[in-house]
Design a protein around this ligand. Sequence first.
Ligand code: C5P
Length: 405
Amino acid sequence: MLDGKKILLIISGGIAAYKTLDLIRILRKENAHVTCVLTKGGAQFVTPLSVAALSENQVYDDLWSLTDETQMGHIRLSREHDLIIIAPGSAHMMAKMAHGLADDLASTLLLASDKPIMIAPAMNSVMWRHKATRANVDTLLERGIVSVGPNEGNLACGENGIGRMSEPNEIISAIKKFFANKPLEGLHALVTAGPTYEPLDPVRFIGNRSSGKQGYAIAHALLEAGAQVTLVSGPTRENPVDGANMVYVETALEMLAACEKILPVDICICSAAVSDWRAKKANNQKIKKTSDNEPPTLSFVENPDILKTISNHKNKRPDLVVGFAAETENIESYARSKLERKGCNWIMANLVGKNRNGKEKAFGSDENQIYFFTHADKNPEPWEHMSKKHIAHRLVAKITEHFKN
Ligand code: C5P
């Protein structure tokens, strides 16, 4: 399972570093490529020579080394791997990661990386239980970092308690589990999200109420399933998705150009609420009130349909294209005709507008109700009312099923 996997192993300062030598040996036996980075603390416990000999690779330890930078810049080092493992993960290393510090090679490449990270913490039990460490661990877990251990037992300091680094075999099992859970590994997904803003003049635009939450949740779920994700996003309040290639745009034309540039991909999910029209000509200067108080007349032209363009792409049509249909009425007939007209594989339809209690049903909300349309099934599959995150996972399960078949 680990054959050919590229692992970047960071060894930070802790007596458990001696166990990491064995971890490197097993990883090599499993045919993984291992590149090691030693922190200053790590180098106090194991030597670069033993790490290099076991990993059969150069060991990196200096952010400022001219040779390291000419041979492999730290940015490249941070991006060229399938998984980054920190073992042992010291309390200090976790604190630096939680706060985004970058004062040596290991912490700098962790900050520069968009790859999944696994950490095997190792420290004295009082340090592990300290409020500061607890808060740092919570922050790291929230960011999706996978933690293995620590275990309870005798500690190097002579005390007994929690803080022992997991055994190499336990870490290997966690690594295998991590790779096994990636059904979409090797596939590239393009997701569009959010509204588009179509300028009228330098200060005004036409937009819509899309929050981008659904598209961002889909990008997260696809990443979790191992896909490579490019998220083309209109203006939203969402945080960038860690691990995704983020491309920010404003207008429909920019969104289409960005998508075309990214093709070919295997999967395309068009969840953006793209404006159907744009001003025929956006004014170069702010449109002023006229002396006769006549409101301006605006002329519009139709925007390109991104979903339709990608669904009908001559030589770069993705294997799977999914569109959304936000309707205020007649959801069934509108969504079915959209499926045919646009040429996508599936349509995720939902009702938009206000509930009886005056709350938005979908736009900006954390929840939604989806009707799932395909060409094969006559009737749509109604999904229960659920969170947008849950919808994203349900969609990813459908995508996984599609690629299995
Ligand atoms: O036609 P309508 O806008 O209702 O279609 C919605 C679906 O089409 C969504 O998936 C949306 O992302 C996509 N779309 C698009 N480009 C447009 C308009 C809609 O990709 N110009």
